[in-house]
Design a protein around this ligand. Structure first.
Ligand SMILES: Cc1ncc(COP(=O)(O)O)c(C=O)c1O
Length: 388
């Protein structure tokens, strides 16, 4: 009988909007033997992951866990627990992921007030403040690093306005966490979710998640249970109960928790500040190389998020063709432009383990090759010298 061949993926350098390259130390940790999900050793690891997540999120919140599911599960967990029918919720939409937040709030029966920014620009904080102060707002949501555009959203003004009316603040930090400062407590975020596959450089599958005591009080005061059983914070807190008897809720994805634990070790060993600086320095090198290639970054430098860059494609160059060429000839993945950038931009991700100068050099050389082949000759040597 012929045996089936195992799946053997090609080695592709992941420089798109995520997933990012998995650190080999994380991959090795995930290959360890599976333990029972209530085994004492695994429970000790759960405690450690919760503690380390607090460090990386910048919080002392007791309710800090990795939700079993991708970043979207984190978004859903926040909204199904924090929103009740009729709640006034202000959502800032400056890209695709803010739009999803609106959809989720509506599905919970919330009354959404949408504040929009043009694609590629940040939300106007004064506009957000007016919307927040314009009624009995219960929750304010926004995306910190909008992966669809590459904008890093300032939010001090959003938090101050929310405080004035007693609204909770929810931040989507899927792409920013471990690549740019989140500092949930110091900056006043009541609820934060993220994903493992961006700047943590762990495969997709868990959503780091935290809730302030005020958010927990809000959930305790709900008039009825959350509409989701799987994502119910009350039930999850009995399972993720540090130092206590953990009550089975669902079977945690054991291997993913090993991977996240190792990913968090690497972040903490590197140091948050050093890691943020690495992301900034590598992004700056990319901007220099792109400039010499004649490629334009679409977001104003003041609002660019270092781990994700939207880059305009010159007139006459087929962006999908360019991406296919990079994948086929250089084994590099980059992302398509989305929304208003669709068809005229690509998205470059330099996240976590992927945020390295060697990767910038490889990408700049590959982009230069791709442009030259479609009749846009460029000086790759000069671009590489600019990268440094
Ligand atoms: C800002 C942002 N929010 C939410 C998500 C959804 O996360 P996931 O695809 O892991 O479910 C993503 C994914 O790219 C994202 O970039």
């Amino acid at each position: 009988m012929a045996l089936r061949d195992p799946f053997r993926p090609s080695e592709i350098l992941l420089l798109g909007p995520g997933p990012s390259p998995v650190d080999p130390a994380v991959a090795a940790a995930m290959a360890a033997p599976t333990l029972g999900h209530l085994d004492p050793e695994f429970i000790a690891l759960m405690d450690r992951v919760q503690q380390d997540l607090r460090v990386v999120l910048g919080t002392a919140n007791r309710f800090t866990i990795p939700i079993s599911g991708t970043g979207s599960a984190g978004m859903e967990a926040a909204i199904v627990n924090l929103v009740e029918p009729g709640d006034r919720v202000v959502v800032g939409v400056h890209g695709v992921f803010g739009g999803r937040m609106v959809d989720l709030v509506r599905r919970q029966g919330g009354e959404v007030v949408v504040v929009e920014a043009p694609f590629g620009q940040p939300l106007d904080q004064e506009g957000m403040a007016r919307a927040i102060l314009g009624g009995a707002t219960r929750l304010v949501g926004f995306v910190h690093a909008e992966t669809s555009t590459g904008v890093l959203q300032p939010f001090d003004g959003i938090v101050s306005a929310a405080r004035e009316v007693g609204a909770l603040v929810l931040g989507d930090c899927v792409t920013s966490l471990a690549g740019a400062p989140v500092e949930a407590d110091a900056r006043g975020l009541d609820a934060v979710y993220s994903g493992t596959q961006k700047c943590l450089s762990v495969p997709p599958g868990l959503a780091p998640f935290t809730l302030s005591d005020a958010a927990i009080d809000r959930i305790r005061g709900r008039s009825g249970p959350s509409t989701s059983w799987y994502l119910d914070v009350g039930l999850l807190s009995a399972y993720w109960k540090e130092g206590g008897d953990r009550v089975y809720h669902h079977t945690a994805p054991v291997q993913m928790v090993y991977g996240l634990a190792r990913g968090l070790d690497l972040v903490i060993d590197e140091g948050l500040e050093a890691r943020f600086e690495r992301h900034r320095a590598v992004a700056a090198a990319l901007y220099r190389g792109l400039d010499v290639l004649g490629l334009r970054c679409l977001v104003d430098p003041a609002f660019r998020t270092p781990m994700l860059t939207s880059v305009g494609v010159p007139e006459g160059v087929d962006e999908a063709g360019l991406r296919r060429f990079l994948r086929a000839e250089h084994h590099i993945e980059i992302g398509a432009g989305l929304g208003a950038f669709r068809g005229r931009a690509v998205r470059i991700g330099l996240m976590g383990h992927g945020a390295r100068l060697t990767n910038v050099r490889r990408l700049v050389a590959a982009l230069g090759d791709g442009l030259s082949r479609v009749g846009h000759p460029v000086d790759v040597g000069a671009a590489l010298r600019a990268v440094g």
